[in-house]
Write a protein that binds this ligand. Sequence first.
Ligand code: FAD
Ligand code: SF4
Length: 468
Amino acid sequence: MAKHPLQFLEVPRRDPIKAVAQVRVMHMGEIYGNYDSAEAASQAGRCISCGNPYCEWKCPVHNYIPDWLRLIEEGKLFQAAELSHQTNSLPEICGRVCPQDRLCEGACTLNDGLGAVSIGNIEKYITDEAYKQGWRPDLSHVVDTGKRVGIVGAGPAGLAAADVLARNGVRSSVFDSYPEIGGLLTFGIPPFKLEKEVVRRRRELLEGMDVKFVLNTTIGADKSFDELLSEFDAVFLGMGTYDYVTGGFPGEDLPGVYEALPYLVSSINREMELPDDNPCIDLHGKNVVVLGGGDTGMDCNRTAIRQGASRVTCAYRRDEENMPGSRREVENSKEEGVRFLFNQQPLEILGRDHVTGVKLIETRLGKPGKDGRSRPEPISGTERIVAADAVVIAFGFRPNPPTWFSDANIDIADNGRVRVDQTTRLPFQTTNPKVFAGGDMVRGSDLVVTAVFEGREAAQGIVGYLDI
Ligand SMILES: Cc1cc2nc3c(=O)[nH]c(=O)nc-3n(C[C@H](O)[C@H](O)[C@H](O)COP(=O)(O)OP(=O)(O)OC[C@H]3O[C@@H](n4cnc5c(N)ncnc54)[C@H](O)[C@@H]3O)c2cc1C
Ligand code: SF4
């Protein structure tokens, strides 16, 4: 049937069904349903194929969005899957976790009142459904170059590098300290945003492309970096950022105060039935205060709710408008019963043998700082105490470069990030020409899709270095 040119007026945006809050908080599973083929086609048909697709520009990997939307509208699922993998190594994962409201969908022409095309949901549908129907990446035309690359880190950056290298005839071995692949996709982002089965499926696809995973192996401890350098023709580093930012106020060491990542990982280990040296941090029945307004903070809020916390309060030092996390996740937190305190900065965590509360002070937004964001200024005389018997600190992460970097001539900047000067070297090449790096360890904590972009670009740099 020919497409109606004004389909976007007749067909409103419809997202897959989202489980109601009272039901979804009873389990850890994903909260969004899936399109069927008819819904996917009809939603894809809302795209007006603008001459200059802003969505593509705003997508960090520059997906060919209108093209795969058209293929889905025409029912050409496998072609859409192949096309979507030309620019994105983890499309079904980005479709789930990208903050689309400030990326592709935020830039959609229809976002102005009519409802943006549901790009993320359709991107997720393409790979999920194609996989179900038997699609697998077609590498039959790829010739093995005989070159081998060692990758440190099986997070999005490392996986994306492995994907692009495989498509260029370069086999890679991916080393990771964890017992599963995914980095923060597995050991960070909770299953209600991204079920672990999705990452396992991606592992199967990559192993089908001859990517080898060497897990439970820390480079620098179980295997030296020198060995890696001598065994492989080039090395890619995608090791993430794992130093926790602290508040620097009294009480952070009190029993009952937890760092966000160990808290989330302990819940995930229990969920995945993985061995854990420490008991699970279970906040069942606790009055929880989460400090921080980013994605990590939202994930802690919603994990605590699912564990059965008696109350979850999230305090953030700026206003709602200036929260760094995805709007969608703030809304989901609210729906699930999280109470937000905006413009509230922590001064102290209170308690003698155990946390009993948090002292907060009200803020107003002042002039922008170096990062361009308005600085919160405390208003004296507005201190208040919020009772708590558990506090989770979610202030973000800083790079943690290992000491062996200097022996390997890998320079880091003052802020701890690996230096990749792209004007004089190949894309994402470090100061050691044989070593490339990307993802959070280069740009600081950011997004899955930007880590994917950098892993892919670095792989192209490696292809250039190996002169393939
Ligand atoms: C709680 C949380 C929620 C988030 N939610 C979102 C979201 O909703 N959407 C979004 O887009 N982004 C989100 N992010 C950000 C996103 O997960 C990261 O930006 C992304 O995972 C970075 O990818 P990466 O490959 O650079 O590093 P990572 O994902 O951190 O992977 C690095 C890997 O390197 C391994 N490694 C490190 N050192 C060594 C070594 N010496 N030897 C062997 N292995 C090593 C680590 O074990 C790890 O597996 C979230 C982050 C967190 C913490
Ligand atoms: S990768 Fe992210 S930004 Fe790009 S199209 Fe997919 S959901 Fe949108």
